[in-house]
Design a protein around this ligand. Structure first.
Ligand code: BDR
Ligand code: CA
Length: 309
């Protein structure tokens, strides 16, 4: 089992990601921390508590920062809705929020672990960046950081920036330059990690209560997706499960193809703030710091997801 800490902002695709991480035999979730992003800190915390309770798992869930390092919080309610998880109302949580803040919980989980822990981050990188700045002594206890964020090509919240990096570019740059092995599931690969109509029908046909709830959440997401001729596949019937990639890679890296590249985050651009500059041609003459994924075996990826339903 791979020990993991998950930092997330549920978020519809974050919920799918949590399900896979908590249910798969290859990952052992030691801690969940919440990152303000898709919705406010209060709402993403509430969603995390409700969803983890709903699927009957027990894990510490600790509260992260209320806002990015320097900027005002930007949320994605146009995609994830007023609550952050679409139109679905989950039952009241039975789990309670941890009484220690995210950074404190992360430090203690890392220090107590017998082997280096993988961090999976699927929201803005505020908490992970703060951890690395405040506690560099825990770096040797972090095996790798698998993030959903960034894009080598086009963005989704501005022409060049992807949402998670756009929300807190300064924190993201701290993470990128940390010297810890990083795997980046950016939009280049997550746009290929989708469910098609057949998969959705299968999900619906599964018929248990959980798959019904997920189906309902995903319906909301479908109507809100980005589409342009530059984003393939170009049909409204596909549902991109961005955050799932960051966990799927940890479970089975053979699903993906990627390249080691130097990556830096644009923090100053007039029109490009929050863009990940991915030196895929090596023209910047810098040592690679990130393994950037660009392809996924979609069928096997979907099978992996369905294996935990
Ligand atoms: C990312 O932005 C969020 O809205 C999703 O949860 C995902 O983490 C995709 O750009
Ligand atoms: Ca997310």
């Amino acid at each position: 089992k791979t020990p993991v800490i998950i930092d997330c902002d549920p978020g519809i695709d974050d919920v799918m990601m949590l399900l896979l991480a908590l249910r798969h035999e290859k990952t052992e979730v030691k801690l969940i921390t919440t990152s303000a992003g898709n919705q406010t800190q209060d709402k993403v915390m509430d969603n995390a508590l409700r969803f983890v309770s709903y699927i009957g798992e027990e894990v510490e869930i600790a509260r992260g920062s209320e806002k990015p390092f320097l900027r005002d919080l930007v949320i994605a309610d146009h995609i994830h809705g007023e609550s952050g998880i679409g139109g679905v109302e989950l039952p009241e949580a039975t789990l309670e929020e941890s009484d220690r803040p995210a950074i404190e919980a992360m430090v203690s989980v890392l220090k107590e672990a017998d082997e280096p822990v993988t961090i999976i981050a699927t929201g803005p990188l505020t908490n992970v960046g703060a951890l690395l700045l405040a506690h560099p002594e825990v770096k040797p206890k972090i095996k790798q950081i698998s993030i959903m964020g960034g894009a080598a090509r086009g963005g989704n919240v501005s022409p060049k920036a992807e949402f998670n990096i756009y929300v807190d570019p300064e924190a993201a740059e701290v993470v990128m330059q940390s010297g810890i092995p990083i795997v980046m599931s950016g939009l280049d690969v997550t746009h290929k990690a989708y469910l098609d109509q057949k998969d959705l029908d299968l999900l619906k046909a599964t018929g248990n209560e959980l798959s019904k709830t997920l189906y309902e959440m995903l319906q909301h997401y479908m109507d809100a997706q980005d589409s342009s001729p530059f984003l393939e596949p170009y049909h409204s019937e596909v549902l991109r499960l961005h955050d799932l990639c960051a966990v799927a890679y940890v479970i089975d890296p053979s699903l993906f193809e990627g390249q080691d590249c130097y990556v830096t985050v644009e923090t100053a651009g007039y029109t490009t703030a929050g863009a990940t500059v991915v030196d895929h041609l090596g023209t910047m003459n810098k040592s690679p710091n990130v393994h950037v994924l660009h392809d996924v075996e979609r069928k096997r990826f979907v099978e992996l997801f369905f294996s935990v339903l």
